[in-house]
Design a protein around this ligand. Structure first.
Ligand code: CS2
Ligand code: MN
Length: 361
C-alpha cells in the first residue's frame, strides 16, 4: 500500500504540501481540480500543473478524488451522453498524465450527510457527527444553510454552493429514480467508460454512500456487501473497482468490514480508513483513528487489507479538529497526520509478524 493524504489544492486547502511531505511515511497525495464543476472537461494543462506542483514538493499524485459525476448521468436523462463523453475525455487526459486511480461516487444530490460538523468530544476535540433524529428534523432544501455555518469559511466537498442553490429542482429530477434505475444508470455509465479505462489502465474506485442508507427518501445503492458485489459482477472488469471507506460502510453496524474487504479482493483500488464511535445505531461520531477511541477494530481492517494483497493508495479519512487548528471540518493536518502514522504502525507490525511467521491465517 501507499500512504497518502487528501489535499484540495493551493488556494483551497489550509494544509500545505510541505507539511504533508513531513508526515513520516506519506509519499503521495490524492487531489482534484477543486474549481471544476461536475460535467466539465478537465484541461490537460491544469492536470499537468497540479501534478507538477505535487512532484515539485517531493510527493506523488497518487490518484484523483474525485472526478464527480453529473446528475444527468445518475438520473439517466438524454443529455447524459454529452456528460459521459466529457467524462471520457477527462479520463483520457488523466491517463495521458499517468494518473491511474479515480475515485467517484454515485450518490444522488448530496455527497456525505452529517447532522453536525463540530460536535465536542470529552477531550475537547470537535468532530463530524450524525444523529438520525436531527437529520429527520431537517428540510432537505435547508440542509446546505444548516451546515454551511460550520464550514470554517471553506467549501466542503460535495456541498458546492452552485449545486446547492438548485437542491429543490434536483430532488424533483430524481423523483422517478429508484434503486433499480440508479443501478441501471451506473451500469450504463461504467460500460461506456471501461474502454478508456482499459486503454490507459485507470482504476475506477466508487466511494460508498455515507451514511449507508437512504436519506431524505433518495435512492442509495453503494451501501453493503450484496450491492457492491452486484456492481462488481454487473460490469466484470478489474478496472471497475471500489474505494473501501470504513467510515462509510461502517455507519451500518450490520456491515462486517473485514469480511467485505476480503470479498473484494482484487477490486479495492483505494482505501479510506477511519474509525467511528457509536453512541447508538442512530447516533455516531467520527473518533480518532485508534481502535480504542471508537467502535471498530482497526487492526482487523488493516489485516484484511494486508491479507488480500492490497497495494493501492490508502489514506486516513476525516480527522478530529485538535490543537486549535482551523481547517475544513474533517480535513485538518494534525489528526490526519496522527491517523496516517498509526495506520503505518499497524501495517509495519502486521508485515513483520507475517514475515516472522507470527500471523498465520
Ligand atoms: C469523502 C467523500 O470527505 C468525505 O467524506 O470521503 O466526500 C468522498 O470524497 C466522495 O464521496 C468521493 O466521491
Ligand atoms: Mn471516505
Amino acid at each position: 500500500m501507499q500512504m497518502t493524504l487528501r489535499w484540495y489544492g493551493t488556494g483551497y486547502d489550509t494544509v500545505t504540501l510541505r507539511q504533508i511531505r513531513q508526515i513520516p511515511g506519506v509519499t503521495g497525495v490524492i487531489s482534484t481540480l477543486y474549481g471544476t464543476q461536475p460535467g466539465e472537461v478537465w484541461k490537460s494543462e491544469d492536470i499537468l500543473a497540479l501534478k507538477k506542483e505535487i512532484e515539485d514538493a517531493g510527493l506523488q499524485l497518487a490518484g484523483i478524488e474525485s472526478v464527480n459525476i453529473h446528475d444527468a448521468i445518475k438520473i439517466g436523462t438524454p443529455d447524459r451522453e454529452q456528460y459521459i463523453d466529457n467524462y471520457i475525455t477527462t479520463l483520457e487526459r488523466l491517463g495521458q498524465a499517468d494518473v491511474h486511480m479515480v475515485c467517484y461516487n454515485f450518490m444522488p444530490v448530496f455527497d456525505w450527510t452529517r447532522s453536525e460538523l463540530a460536535r465536542k468530544r470529552p477531550d475537547g476535540s470537535t468532530v463530524l457527527a450524525y444523529n438520525q433524529a436531527a437529520i429527520d428534523a431537517i428540510v432537505p432544501e435547508k440542509m446546505f444553510e444548516t451546515i454551511s455555518g460550520e464550514m470554517n469559511g471553506t467549501v466542503m466537498p460535495g456541498w458546492e454552493p452552485e449545486r446547492m442553490a438548485h437542491v429543490k429542482e434536483l430532488f424533483e429530477a430524481y423523483k422517478d429514480v429508484d434503486d433499480e434505475k440508479l443501478f441501471a444508470n451506473l451500469k450504463y455509465f461504467l460500460e461506456r467508460i471501461m474502454p478508456v479505462c482499459d486503454k490507459y489502465d485507470i482504476n475506477m474506485a466508487i466511494h460508498p454512500d455515507d451514511p449507508a442508507w437512504s436519506v431524505f427518501g433518495l435512492p442509495r445503492i453503494i451501501i453493503n456487501k450484496k450491492n457492491i458485489l452486484r456492481m462488481m459482477q454487473m460490469v466484470d472488469n478489474p478496472h471497475n473497482g471500489v474505494t473501501f471507506c470504513s467510515g462509510s460502510y461502517g455507519t451500518n453496524l450490520e456491515n462486517d468490514l473485514p469480511d467485505m474487504i476480503r470479498s473484494l479482493k482484487g477490486r479495492i483500488h483505494f482505501a479510506h480508513v477511519r474509525n467511528l464511535k457509536f453512541n447508538s445505531q442512530e447516533d455516531f461520531e467520527e473518533a480518532a483513528h485508534l481502535s480504542s477511541d471508537g467502535s471498530f477494530d482497526m487492526y482487523e481492517l488493516m489485516l484484511a487489507l494486508y491479507d488480500i494483497g492490497f497495494d493501492g493508495p490508502i489514506r486516513p479519512d476525516h480527522g478530529r479538529m485538535i490543537w486549535d487548528e482551523v481547517a475544513m471540518p474533517g480535513y485538518g493536518l494534525y489528526d490526519r497526520a496522527l491517523g496516517a502514522t498509526y495506520l503505518n504502525g499497524l501495517w509495519e507490525a502486521i508485515e513483520k509478524s507475517h514475515e516472522r511467521g507470527i500471523t498465520k491465517r
